[in-house]
Design a protein around this ligand. Structure first.
Ligand code: G3H
Ligand code: 13P
Ligand code: ZN
Length: 309
């Protein structure tokens, strides 16, 4: 089976009230850990590559490793560009065999966001590639000083129909209070499910994407802190909220920070316990196993996509 787009995955996820996990990848061990988990759980997958990942690992290497994952697993896997910020970056990803791209023009005006997204959609659709866009500014809710500023960062439901109709985009990332990174919140977050519900009513059957969805497992915070790191105060999105979002119109849930933490917790612990070891396989192997364990947990307990491949 070749790489697939997310079209069929999202149709089934929307109808079934679950979400597909979209995991960021930068290296072989992370890809293998994710894919081993998905293979055992028979889960469809989105593997996503950011501009930073392209710079770090080279998109050709990443693409070839993801193709190897398809051969090894036989799973439907979509290769997605995460947070593409220019037409050129999206075009390059389409030209190099990615099956999905995100054009993130959410920092531009509504009109400019439409114009740029439309241009990417025209190029991508002509080549069988699907497009995700973003409306609203994804930020930590703690960044907003007062209510009106805070509301300004959320997606405005009254804009979504015009945006989707004018751009022809295939999925839409919205801002309902999630945030990127491991230090998202100082107090318990409150996601704006009212916005998600209203968007769902205005775009029936249309797949919504949630970025910044890491939960920041406290067992990883504890290990990292115990073995020389400092992630004191790191807090994420409670998994119950992700389950709720997945049961609504959210079909794609983006997770990166939790996997980074799994990897780092394992490596820190390994070196603390084995200070004389120096063969990278000795610490990368356990890190890969820890990635596998957290991804299994997400697929089975949070996203609900196990057995859906
Ligand atoms: O949303 C951003 C992703 O977590 C990717 O992060 O740009 O550091 O690769 P990155
Ligand atoms: P986290 O930082 O919460 O893992 O979000 C990842 C993400 O949104 C990638 O696009
Ligand atoms: Zn993101």
């Amino acid at each position: 089976m070749p790489l697939v787009t997310s079209t069929e995955m999202f149709k089934k996820a929307y109808a079934g009230g679950y979400a597909i996990g979209a995991f960021n990848v930068n290296n072989m061990e992370t890809i293998q850990g994710i894919v081993e988990a998905a293979k055992e759980e028979r889960a469809p997958l989105i593997l996503q590559v950011s501009a930073g990942a392209r710079k770090y690992a080279n998109p050709t290497y990443l693409k070839k490793m993801v193709e190897a994952a398809v051969i090894d697993s036989g799973l439907p896997i979509c290769l997605h560009l995460d947070h593409g910020d220019t037409f050129e970056l999206c075009k390059d990803s389409v030209d190099n065999g990615f099956t999905s791209v995100m054009i993130d023009a959410s920092h531009h005006s509504f009109e400019e966001n439409i114009a740029l997204t439309k241009k990417v959609v025209a190029y991508a659709h002509a080549r069988g590639v699907v497009v995700e866009a973003e409306l609203g500014r994804l930020a930590g809710v703690e960044d907003a000083v007062n209510v009106s500023d805070k509301d300004a960062a959320f997606t405005r439901p009254d804009e979504v129909e015009e945006f989707v109709t004018k751009t022809g985009v295939d999925s839409l990332a919205i801002a309902i209070g999630t945030s990127h990174g491991a230090f998202k919140f100082k107090t318990a977050p409150r996601l704006r499910f009212d916005i998600l519900e209203e968007v769902g009513k205005r775009l029936p059957g249309f797949p919504i994407v949630l970025h910044g969805a890491s939960s920041v497992p406290q067992e990883f915070v504890k290990i990292i802190n115990e073995f020389g790191g400092n992630m004191a105060g790191a807090q994420g999105v409670p998994e119950d909220m992700l389950r709720q979002a997945a049961s609504m119109s959210v079909c794609k849930i983006n997770i990166d920070s939790d996997l980074r933490m799994a990897f780092t917790a394992s490596v820190r612990k390994y070196f603390a316990e084995n200070p004389t070891h120096f063969d990278p396989r000795q610490y990368l192997g356990p890190a890969r196993a820890n990635i596998k364990a957290i991804v299994k947990h997400k697929l089975v307990e949070v996203l609900g996509c196990a057995g859906k491949a």
